[in-house]
Design a protein around this ligand. Structure first.
Ligand code: 5AD
Ligand code: SF4
Length: 492
C-alpha cells in the first residue's frame, strides 16, 4: 500500500471537467479538488464530453439545485455509452445526502464522495480508472455516532490550492470553519456539512501566507456561521476578532472579508476589530431570513426581529459606513401576507446593500419537512420573490446613487464579465483600455475603463453613474510630474 500514497503524475494529459453549483464553500472545495488532481497529471477542460473524468460538485440547499445535477447526469448517460472509460463522480452535499440513491438514479456514476471525504477523490478516481468498480466515501450521519466520531469523519481538506479556480487571481477563499450546529428547521446544511468545527489559527495563517506569496491581495474567510468561529490553542480561546488581528499582519494581503455571519453571534469585539483594522472590509453578510417573529420561531433561527434590529443598531453605531447584505426565504410555511409585508418593512428599514432572496424549498431530512406542510403555492412564492427583489433593487439603486460624485478605493479584480453601459456614452475602447471591475471596501462593484495592468491594485475611482448592482466611474489620478503643474493622468 505504500506506493499508493505517493503522488506521481501517473498518466499525462488526462482531462478533468468539474461543474460546481451552490455556495462559496463549494467553489473552494472545487479549487482544492482540482489542485489535488493536477498533481496526478490532470488538465482542466471546459468540454464535459471530451473529459476523461467528470465531477459534479453539488448543492442540496434547494431542490432546484439537485434537479440541475440529475439532468446533467442524464446527459452523461449518452456520453458514457460512447466513452465507457470515462469516470463520472458526484461529490459534495448531494452526495452526502443522497448517497447510493445516486447510483440507483444514475447507474453510470462511478464515484460518490461526501463533503468531508474530498481528500479521497484522487485515489478513488485512480481506482475507478483501473478496476472500473464503483465506490463511495461518506462522512458519518449526525446520529451515527458520538459527536467526536461524527466530527472526525468530516475532514477539512485545505492545503492544496489551485489558482486557476479562484474568483480572480487576487482573491482567494480561506475556510476557517466547517459544518454548522444551528439547525434552522428548513436547512440541510447541518446534515450535509456535519458538526461545526473551527480550524486552528496557525493553519489558517500559514495558508494565508502561501496565498499572499502567490499574489493574492484579498482573502475571504468562509464559514456557515463564520462569526461563531472559536478555537482553543495553547490554552487560549481565539475568536474571529482575534483571528482577524493575526491575519492583518500578513504582508501582501490588502483586504480581509468574511462570510456568512449569524446575527446572534455578532459581538462588539468583532465590530470594533473591523473598525480598528484598516484591511478589514466594511461589509457584513448577516441573513435575517424573515421579518416576522412567528416565522423566525418556526425557522428556529434563535433570534427575534427586535434582536436583529438591536444588532443593526450596533453595526450602524460602530461602523457607520458598513454595507450589510441579507438573505430572505419567501413562502416559508406560516408566512402570511402580513408576515411577508413585515419582511418588506425590514428591507426598507435596514436598507441592505443587496439581498439574496429564495423561495422556500422543502428539504427531506429537515425538521421543517417533517413538521410543516409546504402550504404556500408556488405562484405566491414567485410573486413575493419578485416584489421583494423589486424593492431591494430600488433601495440598492438609491443607495448607490449616493456615491455619485464621490471617490472610492477599489481592488481591481479584472475585466468586467459583461460590459456595463454608461448613460450617454458608447463603449468603444481606445488606447488599450478595457472595462475593468473591482470592489470597494464595502463590497460594492465598480466598473470603469482602464489599462489591464491595473489588475490586482488598489485604485481610486470617481463615481459618475450607477445601476442597482454597479457603480460606474473613472480613474482618479493625482500624480505630479516634474515640470508640470496640473494633475496628470497616469496608468490609463
Ligand atoms: N429553501 C429556500 N432557501 C433556503 N436557504 C436555506 N435552506 C433553504 C430552503 N430549504 C437559503 C437561506 C440561506 C441561504 C444560503 O439559502 O436563505 O441563508
Ligand atoms: Fe443552515 Fe441555519 Fe446553519 Fe445557516 S445557520 S447553514 S441556515 S442551519
Amino acid at each position: 500500500m505504500t506506493t499508493e500514497s505517493k503522488i506521481t503524475p501517473v498518466e499525462h494529459n488526462q482531462k478533468l471537467y468539474i461543474e460546481t453549483v451552490g455556495c462559496q464553500m463549494n467553489v473552494l472545495d472545487s479549487e482544492l479538488v482540482v489542485g489535488a488532481l493536477r498533481q496526478e497529471g490532470y488538465e482542466l477542460t471546459s468540454d464535459m464530453l471530451q473529459a476523461d473524468t467528470v465531477l459534479f460538485n453539488t448543492c442540496s440547499v434547494r431542490e432546484h439545485a439537485e434537479h440541475k445535477i440529475y439532468s446533467q447526469l442524464g446527459r452523461m448517460k449518452f456520453s458514457k455509452r460512447e466513452r465507457p472509460d470515462q469516470v463520472i463522480g458526484v461529490i459534495g452535499c448531494m452526495a452526502q445526502k443522497d448517497q447510493d440513491l445516486i447510483f440507483r438514479r444514475a447507474p453510470h456514476v462511478d464515484i460518490i464522495v461526501g463533503t468531508g471525504q474530498l481528500g479521497e477523490i484522487p485515489r478513488m478516481v485512480r481506482e475507478a480508472r483501473s478496476n472500473r468498480e464503483k465506490s463511495m466515501a461518506l462522512s458519518l450521519g449526525r446520529k451515527a455516532g458520538s459527536r467526536d466520531s461524527v466530527s472526525a469523519s468530516f475532514e477539512s481538506y485545505d492545503p492544496l490550492r489551485e489558482p486557476e479556480m479562484r474568483p480572480s487571481p487576487y482573491q482567494a477563499y480561506v475556510r476557517i470553519m466547517i459544518g454548522c450546529d444551528k439547525f434552522c428547521t428548513y436547512c440541510v446544511v447541518p446534515s450535509t456539512r456535519g458538526p461545526e468545527q473551527s480550524r486552528a489559527p496557525k493553519d489558517i495563517l500559514s495558508e494565508t501566507r502561501v496565498l499572499a506569496g502567490q499574489g493574492v491581495k484579498e482573502i475571504i474567510l468562509l464559514g456557515q456561521t463564520v462569526n461563531s468561529y472559536k478555537h482553543t490553542e495553547d490554552g487560549r480561546l481565539h475568536r474571529l476578532s482575534d483571528l482577524l488581528h493575526q491575519l492583518h499582519d500578513v504582508d501582501g494581503i490588502d483586504r480581509i472579508k468574511f462570510i456568512t455571519s449569524y446575527p446572534k453571534d455578532m459581538g462588539n469585539d468583532l465590530l470594533e476589530t473591523i473598525r480598528d483594522l484598516p484591511k478589514a472590509a466594511h461589509y457584513l453578510h448577516v441573513p435575517i431570513q424573515s421579518g416576522c417573529n412567528d416565522v423566525l420561531k418556526m425557522m428556529k433561527r434563535g433570534y427575534t426581529v427586535e434582536q436583529y434590529m438591536e444588532m443593526m443598531g450596533r453595526i450602524r453605531e460602530i461602523l457607520p459606513d458598513c454595507a450589510v447584505s441579507s438573505d430572505f426565504i419567501v413562502g416559508h410555511p406560516g408566512e402570511t401576507e402580513e408576515s411577508f409585508e413585515k419582511s418588506m418593512d425590514i428591507i426598507r428599514e435596514c436598507r441592505f446593500k443587496n439581498s439574496f432572496i429564495f423561495k422556500y424549498s422543502p428539504r427531506p431530512g429537515t425538521k421543517a419537512f417533517e413538521l410543516y406542510e409546504d402550504e404556500i403555492p408556488d405562484k405566491v412564492k414567485k410573486r413575493r420573490n419578485n416584489e421583494m427583489l423589486a424593492l431591494q433593487n430600488q433601495i440598492s439603486e438609491e443607495d448607490n446613487a449616493g456615491f455619485i460624485g464621490k471617490e472610492v478605493e477599489v481592488l481591481v479584480e479584472g475585466a468586467s464579465k459583461t460590459e456595463v453601459k454608461k448613460s450617454g456614452s458608447n463603449s468603444e475602447e481606445t488606447d488599450g483600455t478595457i472595462q475593468l471591475m473591482g470592489r470597494t471596501r464595502c463590497d460594492r462593484i465598480v466598473a470603469f475603463d482602464g489599462n489591464p495592468r491595473l489588475k490586482g491594485t488598489l485604485t481610486n475611482i470617481s463615481i459618475f453613474d450607477c445601476t442597482p448592482t454597479t457603480l460606474l466611474g473613472s480613474i482618479v489620478t493625482r500624480s505630479y510630474q516634474h515640470g508640470t503643474e496640473g494633475m496628470l493622468p497616469i496608468l490609463q
